[in-house]
Design a protein around this ligand. Structure first.
Ligand code: DKA
Length: 133
């Protein structure tokens, strides 16, 4: 995963994100903002410590974690969840968020993009972040 660190990826496409947010009870106003911002994602790796930062005009949110170690996360819309992130293969981070609902967030890194797949209930949302040149 270190190969993808220190690069910036910007949201380029998003499918079913409004449905995903609705299923999580995100308010109308916050959904409008969420639907209209293109965050920039940035990963840093320091030994066994990973930091994922998402920056947008709405909010900057940062999570720091070690693989497989549960941590408290506040989502950009303000939910507090218990999260665990594991590495699958050598380029995919799989996050489980436990809160009022359980959410799975898969981030697959490749040379040109991060493919993010977010699942809650029966809703599968796909967001593609493209490498910023
Ligand atoms: C992303 O990082 C999406 C993360 C999902 C956050 C839940 C809802 C946020 C509402 C603004 O691309």
């Amino acid at each position: 995963l270190a190969a993808f660190a220190d690069k910036k990826y910007k949201l380029a496409s998003s499918d079913k994100f409004d449905d995903y947010m609705k299923a999580l009870g995100v308010s109308f106003v916050t959904r409008q903002v969420g639907n209209n911002v293109s965050p920039v994602v940035h990963l840093t790796v320091d030994g066994d410590k990973y930091t994922l930062t998402s920056t947008s005009t709405f909010k900057t949110s940062t999570i720091s974690f070690k693989l497989g170690e549960p941590f408290e996360q506040e989502t950009p819309d303000g939910r507090k969840v218990k999260a665990t992130i594991v590495l699958e293969g050598d380029n995919t981070l799989v996050e489980t968020q436990e809160g009022a609902k359980t959410t799975k967030i898969v981030r697959e890194f490749s040379a040109n993009e991060i493919k993010m797949v977010l699942t809650v209930d029966n809703i599968v949302c796909t967001r593609i972040y493209k490498l910023q040149e």
